[in-house]
Design a protein around this ligand. Structure first.
Ligand code: XCC
Ligand code: SF4
Length: 625
């Protein structure tokens, strides 16, 4: 029997989401919320992580009566192996994205593309010098060529460690060396994770988890960091600017193109094409008042940070954005793109266009986009969207609400510039207790939670306690819609944070970018630790992914913890079937790496836990509470 649909109020805290969920139901369109109901109750064995399909003697599942799989693996081994592969999947996603940026830079250097160029030469030279490349008296292209080799080598296996470990405090590097956690090469650690979890290899859960951490560190300090740094080099380093967020980013009278996915390589070209006068004229000839590009998920974050395009929504808004009936095209690259979007687009005049060979969707229009043809293909896509405008059914258009303004563009470079050229004022503000600490709130939506209730709830609680919040990924849109990405939100902060934000004209919640841009937060933590002469685990900082869902979020969480950052999750990964693995995650890691995970579904309680942690860390540093 079909289950009663849950009231829309229970599904999301947002009016725009509720309005579109109501419209979807009226139009007979199914969303992730309905599918979650169909999928519940979930398989208990999978939920606990105690089912294994790693060979054909199985599949096996662990029960009190059958405590070992056919090969003899127990719950600890099976849970650790499953979690290791989960993390490898996430690390692969971010890192393969990073590699795509290296390939674009290579195309620029080789001269095989004129669509992309090096926008921030100074940053390229700065990174190169940091990595030991000679920069004096050399052309930018020459330096770039050498940097490309270094980054390709970071994906390989012949190095002792990935290049950006030069940013990591010495104490942390020694610790990783001692534990066998030093990431050597992105592909190497991912491949080794797959190897170790083959039947009959690594059958010691803690040992498997150490390698999972190493795999995650390869993501954070190499794959993702390369992605962030090269995106800045190619598309420009973000600077503070104003934009807006929510479904009102979709404009009634314009040709609406939503970019979705993660990598700016394609979405930047879509935006460039959409800004060309000839295509705008075509749109006007169709009766539209221009072309509007708005973002979803992380490719939206990338364009928001650098180009100020508005955010239509985060993960659970992606289906609902199409339900407005006013979207001409959804153009996707990869990751977090629900295959259901193809069906929902099919209920409207909306074109669903995929652009990456590694992320094809049955039923999509496919464009094979490469550096050499990107802009020309993007023009073709924009032209198709313009033509689709003629097929829009005005009677089905409903765009809820008013846009909420947001401030974006906080790269570390921008923050340091705002501070007058160095991190010293931030260090002083932390020492004085005006900013007691900082927490990065990152990651996703998950239909298991009321959308954005925790993402927003936690941010609000933390700023009250004079804890600066940095957001990335899908938490960006959540914080933005709640008005927290505006300097005025400082009124909701504690007195110290309010004072600092007021003096600098910045919000108490800073938009730090997309999910690969969590590497910006890693870099900031490392720089703060180096400035204070301590390890990252000594800092009064934390990380949180309240409503996470993806393998990538697990990789982020694990590299944060392994880097020494106390990390909150709103719900656990599929590990509870092993006491050993669970204990390690929530306490044992503390002894090993100076940080652990904590699981807490209540944002108020999570904020209290951060408060306690930050208090203790401040005390240990000889600062006031
Ligand atoms: Fe995906 Fe990055 Fe999660 Fe959002 S936050 S649902 S991973 S888009 Ni990365
Ligand atoms: Fe079963 Fe072991 Fe094969 Fe897993 S690896 S399916 S536990 S026999």
């Amino acid at each position: 029997m079909a289950k009663e649909p849950r009231p829309v109020e229970a599904l999301s805290i947002w009016e725009d989401a509720r309005a579109m969920l109501t419209k979807a139901r009226a139009e007979g369109i199914e969303t992730a919320h309905e599918r979650l109901q169909q999928q519940t109750p979930h398989c208990k064995f999978c939920e606990l992580g105690v089912s294994c399909r790693n060979c054909t003697m199985g599949p096996c599942k662990i029960t009190p009566k059958a405590p070992r799989g056919v090969c003899g693996a127990d719950a600890d081994v099976i849970v650790a192996r499953n979690f290791g592969r989960f993390v490898a999947g996430g690390s692969a996603g971010h890192s393969d994205h990073g590699r795509d940026l290296v390939e674009v830079l290579e195309s620029i250097v080789e001269g095989s593309t004129s669509d992309y160029r090096i926008t921030d030469e100074a940053k390229l030279r700065r990174i190169a010098a940091e990595l030991g490349v000679t920069v004096e008296d050399r052309s930018t292209m020459d330096i770039a060529a050498e940097l490309i080799d270094i980054f390709y080598a970071d994906f390989g296996s012949r190095k002792k460690e990935v290049a950006f470990l030069c940013r990591v405090p010495a104490k942390r590097r020694e610790l990783w060396d001692r534990l066998g956690m030093t990431p050597r090469g992105v592909d190497r650690e991912i491949a080794e994770m797959m190897h170790r979890t083959h039947m009959g290899c690594d059958n010691d859960a803690p040992n498997t988890l150490i390698h999972a951490a190493r795999t995650a560190l390869a993501d954070g300090w190499a794959g993702s960091m390369i992605g962030t740094e090269l995106s800045d080099v190619i598309f420009g380093t973000p600077q503070p600017s104003m934009s807006h967020a929510n479904l009102a980013a979709i404009k009634k009278d314009k040709v609406n193109i939503l970019v979705h996915g993660h990598n700016p390589v394609v979405s930047e070209m879509i935006l460039a094409a959409a800004r060309e006068p000839a295509l705008i004229a075509e749109a006007e000839a169709m009766g539209a008042q221009g072309i509007n590009v708005a973002g979803l998920c992380c490719t939206g974050n990338e364009l928001l940070m650098r180009q100020g395009i508005p955010m239509a929504g985060n993960h659970l808004m992606t289906e609902l954005a199409i339900v407005t009936g006013a979207v001409e095209a959804v153009v996707v690259d990869y990751q977090c793109i629900m295959p259901s979007l193809v069906q929902i687009a099919g209920c409207y005049h909306t074109l669903f266009i995929d652009t990456a060979q590694k992320a094809r969707f049955t039923g999509a229009v496919h464009f094979d986009i490469h550096p050499h043809n990107a802009l020309e293909q993007a023009r073709e896509i924009v032209r198709m969207a313009v033509q689709a405008y003629a097929r829009r059914d005005a009677s089905r258009v409903q765009i809820p609400g008013e846009p909420v303004n947001i401030m974006t563009g906080f790269s570390n470079e921008a923050v340091i510039a705002a501070l007058g050229g160095s991190l010293d004022p931030l260090v002083q503000a932390i020492a004085a207790g005006d900013i007691r600490g900082a927490v990065g709130i990152v990651g996703c939506n998950n239909p298991k939670f009321q959308q954005d209730s925790m993402n927003v709830g936690l941010a609000k609680e933390l700023i009250k306690k004079d804890i600066l919040v940095l957001v990335t990924g899908c938490v960006t849109t959540a914080a933005g819609k709640a008005g927290l990405l505006l300097p005025e939100a400082a009124e909701q902060a504690g007195p110290g944070l309010r004072k600092i934000c007021g003096a600098l004209g910045i919000p108490p919640v800073l938009h730090y970018g997309s999910c690969v841009d969590n590497s910006r937060i890693l870099q900031l933590c490392a720089a703060l630790a180096n400035a204070l002469g301590v390890d990252i685990s000594d800092l009064p900082v934390g990380a949180s992914s309240p409503e996470w869902y993806s393998e990538k979020a697990a990789a982020i969480g694990l590299y944060a913890v392994a880097s020494g950052i106390y990390t909150h999750l709103g719900h656990p990964p599929h590990i509870l079937g092993s006491q050993t693995v669970t204990d390690l995650a929530v306490s044992g890691l503390e002894d090993l790496v100076g940080a652990s995970f904590f699981i807490e579904p209540d944002p108020v309680k999570a904020a209290l836990a951060f408060d306690l942690r930050i208090r203790a860390k401040r005390k240990a540093l000889g600062l006031g509470e």
